[in-house]
Design a protein around this ligand. Structure first.
Ligand SMILES: Cc1cc2nc3c(=O)[nH]c(=O)nc-3n(C[C@H](O)[C@H](O)[C@H](O)COP(=O)(O)OP(=O)(O)OC[C@H]3O[C@@H](n4cnc5c(N)ncnc54)[C@H](O)[C@@H]3O)c2cc1C
Length: 395
């Protein structure tokens, strides 16, 4: 059996495959020289509770169950984790109905969310501007790279092979098996799980499956507070998100290492692994530009998109946005802190695919949309994926 990708979904899936198929030969194929090199190694490190997602969706269920199993896993494996809770804060009267709707959604998703008085918010976060807020106590923080290291150790101890520097470049079928042409030789697999993140749609198509959507990369850039100003933020503070947009807005995150990050924004990236503004790939740009959904999305969101691009180009504009939550902030308090690129699936009709998208094909499963909160939900996504694989006999 082969798993493509050693991000958190690929590693968690390999571990579940081993549990379900104790005697199978299982290999994880990873193109980079290290694990967790892309989305999993470039994110906010938040264990989301599941407050935002449509009740009944895969995201809502797997995130709620996944946040609990992630915290339990970290405690068992000695990975530093903190369940610190988070605040979602309205700063304008226009946001109040949406904050109320979020509270109701959180309750519908079975979470213990509650309104906080402005006094309580000031006690927790004296520097944050607040009109009204809700508290989501089950939210936590972790370094997902450390989670991956723990998964890797368990998986290797259980005889799963990890092949780094093995890029899957082509896929074919032979007698029902998959033949994977990789940069490190050919691999034959009776079952294939594609967890290739930013490249998952391409590999799904190469394997003959139709995900019905294309990955469009959105870069999320961060700043961090200089150490002398870290006392401006004690925990996690989020704005009320725009319900029409799947990203959560620039938020304040105290990371597990004590640093405080602000971000991420959401700007279209010129390359699937484009961590810098100038990073471009003709192939990736062509893939985006030839997808009708992209132009439909661009027509709908050109205003929001232009604002995001402007904030990416101008630190002053970013600071002005962040000051809605943190009025004491000044440009000198911030230094750049890297970026991540989200693999967001975009449907042909221009809608960003909201739920996790898992495409099942003959002897293959393709995880084609696993954006946030998929790191949180990874252990449950893996259980879901592996649980749906039919009985394969002697594989
Ligand atoms: C800016 C940002 C902030 C986020 N914040 C959070 C958060 O706070 N909490 C949360 O839960 N989620 C968050 N997420 C989402 C989370 O990081 C992702 O959902 C999760 O990491 C997806 O994991 P993955 O394994 O699917 O993808 P990845 O981590 O991208 O792994 C895919 C792997 O496949 C490999 N690969 C690709 N193509 C090939 C090939 N052809 N051959 C071999 N290997 C290949 C890649 O090299 C990579 O290692 C955030 C994401 C971003 C970008």
């Amino acid at each position: 059996m082969a798993v493509i990708g050693s991000g958190i979904i690929g590693l968690a899936t390999a571990r579940e495959l081993r549990r379900r198929f104790p005697r199978a030969a299982i290999a994880v194929l990873e193109k980079e020289p290290r694990i967790a090199a892309h989305q999993t190694g470039h994110n906010s490190g938040v264990i989301h509770s599941g407050v935002y997602y449509t009740p009944g969706s895969l995201k809502a269920r797997l995130c709620r169950e996944g946040s609990a199993s992630m915290v339990a896993f970290c405690r068992e494996q000695g990975v530093p984790v903190q369940v610190c809770g988070k605040l979602i804060v309205a700063t304008e009267p226009a946001e109040l109905p949406r904050l109320q709707a979020l509270l109701e959604r959180g309750l519908a998703n079975g979470l213990q969310v509650r309104r906080l008085g402005t006094g309580e918010v000031r006690e927790r976060e004296p520097h944050v501007r607040v009109l009204a807020a809700i508290d989501v106590p089950s939210t936590g923080i972790v370094d997902f790279r450390q989670v991956c290291e723990a998964l890797r150790k368990l998986m290797e101890a259980d005889g799963v092979e990890l092949r780094l520097g093995a890029e899957v470049r082509g896929l074919a079928r032979a007698d029902g098996d998959h033949l994977l042409r990789t940069s490190a030789g050919e691999v034959r697999a009776g079952y294939l799980v594609n967890c290739a993140g930013l490249h998952s749609d391409r590999l799904a198509r190469a394997a003959g499956a139709d995900p019905g959507a294309r990955i469009v990369p959105f870069r999320g850039e961060y700043y961090e507070l200089v150490p002398s100003r870290r006392d401006l933020v004690n925990g996690l503070v989020y704005p009320v998100p725009d319900p029409a947009f799947p990203f959560l807005g620039v938020h304040l995150t105290r990371m597990i290492d004590g640093s405080v990050h602000l971000g991420p924004n959401a700007v279209p990236a010129g390359r699937r692994e484009g961590y810098h503004k100038g990073a471009l790939s003709a192939r990736d740009l062509a893939a985006t530009a030839t997808w009708p959904g992209f132009w439909r999305l661009a027509r709908r969101y050109w205003r929001t998109g232009s604002r995001e691009i402007w904030r990416s180009l101008s630190k002053r504009a970013f600071v002005a946005e962040a000051r809605r939550l943190l009025p004491d902030l000044s440009p000198g308090d911030l230094e750049p802190a890297g970026a991540g690129v989200r693999a967001q699936a975009l449907a042909r009709d221009g809608k960003l695919v909201d739920d996790f998208l898992i495409v099942e094909a003959e002897r293959a499963t393709h995880v084609c949309n696993a954006p946030s909160p998929a790191a949180t939900a990874s252990l449950e996504i893996a259980r879901h994926v592996v649980g749906r694989i039919p009985d394969l006999g002697q594989i």
